[in-house]
Write a protein that binds this ligand. Sequence first.
Ligand code: SF4
Length: 318
Amino acid sequence: MDKKILLDVQNLKVEYALKGKKKVSAVSDVSLNVYENEILALVGESGCGKSTLGKAMIRLVPPVSGQLYFKGVRIDDLDTKAFMPYRRQMQMIFQDPYACLDPRMSVRDIVAEPLDTYKICESKEATTQRVTELLEAVGLKEDHLYRYAHQFSGGQRQRVGIARAIALNPAFIVCDEPVSALDVSVQNQILNLMKEIKEQYGLTYLFISHDLSVVRFIADRVCVMFLGKLCEIGDTELIYNDPQHPYTKFLLDAIPKADPTQRRASRLLLPGELPSPVDPPAGCRFHTRCPYATAECKNTEPKMKQVKGRMVACHMFD
Ligand code: SF4
């Protein structure tokens, strides 16, 4: 059966202005599809632009160019009012729920806020009832309604963040490092909860993470990003078992191995520092660190092409 495209991202470009005339090229000409009901992971080192891309995909940061189509409708050029019905279908879960939960608001009010904004329930009692249902869906109890964020553990706070994100029955959630701030045992609980909620509510996730073990556990497909550009995108097991792009190979090789002798034997070390997105290298942005770089890599940007069942941007496959 053909997969249905939920979000079609075309040539998206995001820049941040610095002092003077300098700009940070955070996301550069990125095109990708997100399919309905999948978990697509976005991976790469910190500073590679994955959070910015995730936010730009749901219009939380403005692109300088490119198009976004949600369920076939172009949404990047809609004004705020016309975008409202789409805004409620796209939500976000953050890394640090504590930072985005207002410490002066009770959990009831935090989860009720989007319901109130969109006037979903007819009365205050109906809103409280709906919030109670949402808390129960994420493994919290009615007793938690009138507590404040500081009275919860990290895992419980992330449960509140998830309850708030699903309050409006969205179709698409951008999850930005949702378990990175949690202990490993709590991480597993939250990842399992996110999987359950996804099935129950028919959701699609963009799962942003630098933790490749977590990504292998949760994602259907993986998209690897380096310095604002996509390197490789394809099914998770295909990429983990047989990575093609040199940067993907490096990232997977850097996952800590249980056996230290194997770790030393397989370690692929990259030369140099991560280049600056203020002045990114010409040609392939990875060429200053790539052990296979040629003259062509320094001058010509590689295009995405089909390689062994996934898409890869690398001149080795021209
Ligand atoms: Fe390395 Fe060249 Fe491929 Fe870039 S295009 S990853 S520099 S081989």
